[in-house]
Design a protein around this ligand. Sequence first.
Ligand code: ARG
Length: 396
Amino acid sequence: MVITMRKAVLAYSGGLDTSVCIPLLREKYACEEVITVTVDVGQPASDLRKAELRAAKLSDKHRTIDAKEEFVEKYLFPLIKANGNYEGYTLGHAIARPLIARKVVEAAHQERASAVAHGCTGKGNDQLRFEAVFRASKFSIHAPMRELNMTRSEEIEYAIERGIDVPITFDKPYSIDENVWSRSIEGGRLEDLTCIPPADIYKWTTDPSKANGDELITLEFKGGVPVGLNERTFGGLELIQKLNDLGGKHGIGRTDMIEDRVLGLKAREIYEHPAATIIMTAHQDLEALVLTQKERKVKALIDSTWAELAYEGLLDEPLMLALDAFIDKTQERVTGTVTMRLYKGTATVVARSAPQALYSEELVSFNDKSLDQRDAEGFSKYHGFQSRMYNRFVRE
Ligand code: ARG
């Protein structure tokens, strides 16, 4: 008789939810072995260290997987090309979820586990994003937080009973998620929509009104992605980190918004994303210069569908491949330099150039005769023709 151990690989952040999941997987799911996996997508080193220390006490085995470069090149670069924007903010948290889930499934194969698990609740989006990946695997799926329907206070009590030293206390239970691209804060006092966020929830950005200085930077793009800053070449990860520091100092990239979750719940979310704001603003400006008006019109629709799928965690949807193919085709020409002014919370484009710009200073200039203005006269006779026809009937 083959006895298979009930072995689960848990996506582990080291926070309250996932820490509570470890004893729950043993007690309620009869798991004999719980392996924790933390995927490093750029959370603070201290968080990774804390997760490791906590895992050492709670789980049977722990792995930290450095996926930062992969996150930037395979997930954030496509997002930049697609101007990945969901309801007005640059996506960040959502796009990391499929990567984390894929790494957990990989680990489950290597560990010959029988199940994969996550600590998402039944109220958010992450359960859907994780499971969109998990359900394509052969592993059973455990979602203790959702399945046991625990409230946050019950979790905290359970954690205290089990002697888990949790990072969250009753008086300030914000939920914070951080990766290389974006930091998000939700829950706690912020659930009261009339609550003005206390200054100390922000970590990456200076209060814009207190930001000092006025700085010009140049960003270099190649094929739709940023490759250089102030005439120096950087890899994506390093460039994003530098722009987060620089933009953060100028108070750039704060968002406080009402967001529609996939399940329909509206939620208040606060984000910090300095590098993302700078890069996306510059990228869109460069697109305006090199893409035709018709390309831009269609791309705006493609981009918004792309962002919706990314928000829902549906990166394996075949439509996504088709959208990426369109986007990649347009990005071949998105190469050039954008100069930006960083000042008190704003990142404004002040100059740009591109080898394949669809712009001619000569043709647009009022001082040039190479386009004969008289040629436009015939065109203008037809312009608005249908409106004139319509108005004639209305008047009659
Ligand atoms: N509402 C965002 C999303 O679903 C972020 C959720 C996670 N944020 C957090 N601080 N736990 O993409």
